[in-house]
Design a protein around this ligand. Structure first.
Ligand SMILES: Nc1nc2c(c(=O)[nH]1)N[C@H]1C(S)=C(S)[C@@H](COP(=O)(O)O)O[C@H]1N2
Ligand SMILES: [Mo]
Length: 221
């Protein structure tokens, strides 16, 4: 029956408050919970040994301890996030160091145009440097006023709210400045290189095999 088909369609994409609809990218569903998604294990650290390394196309490589990062200016941000597996969550409060502020502590070579974010375990994701310089790009250690949980990326995660959330690497350990672009983990595995949710830049090609567990939400916090 047509009635039933219509009902199912409505169930699949629940109605969105018209006042908020412009904030929800095409094909996304709003959630109030905070799903947890990643490959591999949640890392544990000895924070006395933990470092964040900035390297590649810089005049001098630099390494930060956690205490040194905490002494940089701390910013708060309230933003919407969008996962390629179709959930979006509005009004997340993150706190941390602005990516731009951190980069100002090193001297970048003029040929540096791209960045590879290196994260545990064996996760990486690539972005044009220009995408990381805005006010809203943070290296976050708090969410909703509390310390980030380990599963959501504590001690430090990237937050790039204007791109699909796989670019927002959890457990980040390295920032590599590059003169040429190079694909990261999901970008090598069929995901779109640019990842703008409002353009639905989900995949790079057609019918690429996506590992099953990416589509499953592991749990919520
Ligand atoms: N280190 C690492 N960061 C990662 C991932 C991962 O597998 N490893 N998954 C990404 C993906 S696909 C998503 S959707 C978000 C999920 O963040 P959340 O678990 O805090 O919701 O983390 C991103 N950051
Ligand atoms: Mo994801």
């Amino acid at each position: 029956m047509n009635d039933k088909a219509d009902r199912i369609k409505r169930m699949k994409l629940p109605p969105v408050d018209p006042a908020l609809a412009h904030r929800l990218p095409p094909g996304q569903i709003l959630t109030e919970r905070f799903p947890i998604l990643h490959e591999g294990e949640v890392p544990t650290y000895d924070m006395d040994k933990w470092t964040l390394r900035i390297f590649g196309e810089v005049e001098a490589e630099k390494q930060f301890s956690y205490a040194e990062l905490m002494r940089l200016p701390q910013r708060k941000l309230v933003t919407d996030i969008h996962c390629v597996t179709r959930w979006s969550r509005f009004d997340n409060e993150f706190e941390g160091i602005r990516f731009r502020d951190l980069l100002e502590t090193v001297q970048i070579k003029p040929q540096a145009k791209y960045v590879m974010i290196h994260a545990d375990y064996d996760y990486d994701t690539n972005l044009p440097l220009s995408e990381l310089l805005g006010d809203n790009v943070l290296l976050a250690h708090k969410w909703g006023g509390e310390k980030l949980t380990a599963k959501h990326g504590w001690p430090l995660r990237l937050v790039v709210p204007h791109l699909y959330f796989w670019k927002s690497a959890k457990w980040i350990r390295g920032i590599e400045l590059m003169s040429e672009d190079r694909p990261g983990f999901w970008e090598r595995n069929g995901f779109h290189n640019e990842a703008d949710p409002f353009k639905e830049q989900r995949f790079s090609g057609e019918a690429l095999p996506i590992p099953e567990d990416e589509w499953e939400r592991k749990e919520y916090d």
